[in-house]
Design a protein. Sequence first.
Length: 284
Amino acid sequence: MEHKCELIAYWLMGKDLCEQVIDDYRNINRIIEAIRSIEDNPKYPNVGRFSHPNEDGNIQLDAAWMEGDNRVGAVIETSHIVNPIEVAYSLSGLNQNNILCADGADRYALKSGYKTSEKLEVCKADIEKKSHDTFGVISLVDGHFSLGITTSGRKGKTLGRVGDTPLIGSGFYCEDGIGAAILTGDGEACLRSVMAKEAVDRLMLGENIEGLAKKVLERGLSKLDYKTELAIIVVDKNGCFDAASTFEVFPYSFINNGVMYNRYLYKDEEYEQDKKLHELYHGD
Ligand code: GLY
């Protein structure tokens, strides 16, 4: 099994992204464009418009973008932004107002010319399983990390609830010369343990990438008095990666030297069950 990547992304959305960018995967604009298409795709009920609504029947989206040179941008609980990832990316280029929430995020998007909608359309399918998944991708180009992460959060969430996805250190973290991490799953469990930052800190302190994801996940889970579903991908400065998950199946895809690989935990083989996995995770 190949353990090095230049780009890595999880769930079957990761495969979708890798296929879209394979001919130009070092280009950040192409990655943003591919995330946008995932946010726009009604077959993904946990990301972007057409996803699970909150308790009031409204969509509230979170997204973040981070660069390994300490730039970060995020939008939290936005109800009108069509593609939260591109607004998060735009905010990561600023020195102030990097994280905007709710009406403030929506107003910034409108004023800055990003696509907004009076009411984002909700997911039509009633999918009971996997109600708090996220889409995330890490890119490593010439030693420079970039990452993007986007979600509609927990299905039926309380108005104003914030999960891990837009919170630096919880759902994501990266630092050039050290490493990067992204999480998916139970947002409260992720944010309470700040696992993305812990993973990168462990790399900074010299821990080996091999087995690191499992150690971080197990430590976070050990603090909970309940079982839950979580997954983490960690990449070191050389592109070596490690992943761990408590999901029944956790698919991820990566690109190295122009070649795309599809994998799923915990089977050490290339998966050929896209249809079955798709049914399991996306209900179609
Ligand atoms: N991990 C996404 C959320 O729970 O909000």
